[in-house]
Design a protein around this ligand. Structure first.
Ligand code: AMP
Length: 432
């Protein structure tokens, strides 16, 4: 399947060529024809599947095909996104795919002064990407109106609800004319999203891109069973391998992320943290440095990392396992973008065995355990029935480093006599 087969117009096709997209991703193949027909969509797909282009291309094309589209710059398409980072990325994609089309796109989000955003809006805009809070603010100040919106997108709707935006989102939708095309994308479709979908979508087509199959097959996963206090040493040991070029480390908490960064810097491993306590400027700067490969390691919490689009991310490291099994897949989706392979390494301490059990049940496979590593300990595992996902990733994983571990890297000395941990019965604990 080629983009040409999807009836995409020339100016957009040539922009896709510049992006070096060779063929559409599965969600693009499914969604683009339906959206070009003007259908509503309920899409379960997460970032990393090519979802943004799946909705941005048809929006650009439909607006372009409307006669006299340039004559008046009313907001005709509104894309709501939960975070500033995601909003910025969606905006960037619209600019790239629409570079040969005279449609104006802008993005508004909170945490920065509104004056620049307001002056851009006053000049007239066709496509607006927004986070809910700033959008409502500016509507209340009568800086903009949604009265002419004919296409509405809710991206990462589940995250929007998780972040407590439900009232704001409903208020905004009530201001958009009923006669419109609506798209709702969500990584998960819990009952709250189904309710919202039934309220705002009109006879939607349901599209589901199964992230597990797509992501798991492409990513080499492994897990280290490790004592909690040795996690930092293990991280430093792994990062001593320069083959880990671009690494996103997940921490459960903001403080944890700060601590990890501080320790890495003390070890001369340049790293930055990205989380909700950081100012917008600091988050942008961190992302910029990471994307420009000036910094190898980005330490993030889930909310901050969600939706971040980083090309060529080589490794994801779960310093802490997520509490929700699905989040494991979302984290892995940060690497292996749009079909590229990637490596996901997880640390699991004894108190995280239940999370590991849930994750393995969710992904229907056992994550290969790295053995014979100085920091590995034997914890009780809870094997689950295997599904034929990624046969090459089965069995015992090879460590992801080639250099020998650093001698007592810092702080906690690595266990001198670590063979004592090689006792299978030690620390054994049922995770059921
Ligand atoms: P998204 O799911 O929209 O965040 O997209 C994930 C990544 O895939 C982004 O870096 C896109 O630029 C890239 N991408 C989207 N569509 C394609 C495609 N058809 N071929 C190659 N890369 C793509």
């Amino acid at each position: 399947m080629k983009f040409q087969d999807l009836n995409i117009i020339e100016p957009i096709l040539s922009a896709l060529i510049t992006k070096e997209y060779e063929e559409p991703t599965p969600i693009q193949i499914e969604a683009i024809p339906l959206l070009l027909e003007g259908k509503d969509i309920l899409g379960s797909a997460q970032t990393g599947t090519g979802k943004t282009a799946a909705f941005a291309i048809p929006i650009l094309q439909r607006l372009y095909m409307q006669k006299h589209y340039q004559s008046k710059r009313d907001i005709k398409a509104l894309i709501l996104a939960p975070t500033r980072e995601l909003a910025l990325q969606i905006h960037d994609n619209f600019i790239e795919y629409g570079k040969n089309i005279d449609l104006r796109t802008t993005v508004i989000y909170g945490g920065v002064s509104q004056s620049k955003q307001v002056s851009i809006l006053h000049r007239g805009i066709d496509i607006l990407v927004a986070t809910p809070g700033r959008l409502l603010d500016l509507i209340q100040q009568k800086v903009l109106t949604l009265a002419k919106v004919s296409i509405l997108v809710l991206d990462e709707a589940d995250r929007m609800l998780d972040m407590g935006f439900v009232k704001d989102v409903k208020k905004i939708i009530a201001m958009v004319p009923q006669a419109r095309q609506t798209m709702l994308f969500s990584a998960t479709i819990p009952p709250a999203i189904l309710n919202l979908a039934s309220e705002i979508l009109h006879q939607p087509e349901r599209i589901k891109v199964t992230p597990e199959a797509q992501i798991i097959d492409k990513i080499s996963q492994s897990i280290y069973h490790v004592n909690k206090k040795s996690k930092m040493d293990l991280l430093i040991q792994l990062l001593s391998d320069t083959k880990l070029k671009s690494v996103l480390v997940f921490s459960k908490t903001k403080h944890g992320a700060n601590r990890i960064v501080k320790t890495l810097i003390q070890q001369n491993i340049p790293a930055v943290a990205i989380h909700g306590n950081k100012s917008q400027g600091a988050r942008q700067e961190a992302l910029f440095q990471f994307k420009a490969k000036k910094i190898r390691v980005l330490v993030a919490t889930d909310i901050a990392a969600r939706g971040i689009d980083i090309d060529e991310l080589s490794h994801v490291i779960n310093f802490d396992l997520p509490d929700v099994a699905e989040t494991y897949i979302h984290r892995m989706g940060r690497t292996g973008r749009a079909g590229l392979g990637g490596v996901a390494i997880s640390f699991c301490s004894e108190d995280e065995m239940n999370q590991l059990h849930d994750i393995q049940k969710y992904i229907k496979m056992n994550i290969p355990v790295v053995k014979n590593d100085p920091y590995s300990v034997v914890l009780g595992n809870a094997p689950i029935k295997q599904k034929s996902h990624n046969p090459s990733a089965r069995g015992s994983a090879s460590p992801h480093h080639t250099q020998s571990p650093k001698k007592k890297a810092y702080g906690h000395p690595r266990p001198k006599n670590y063979s004592k941990y090689d006792n299978r019965n030690q620390n054994k604990k049922s995770s059921n």
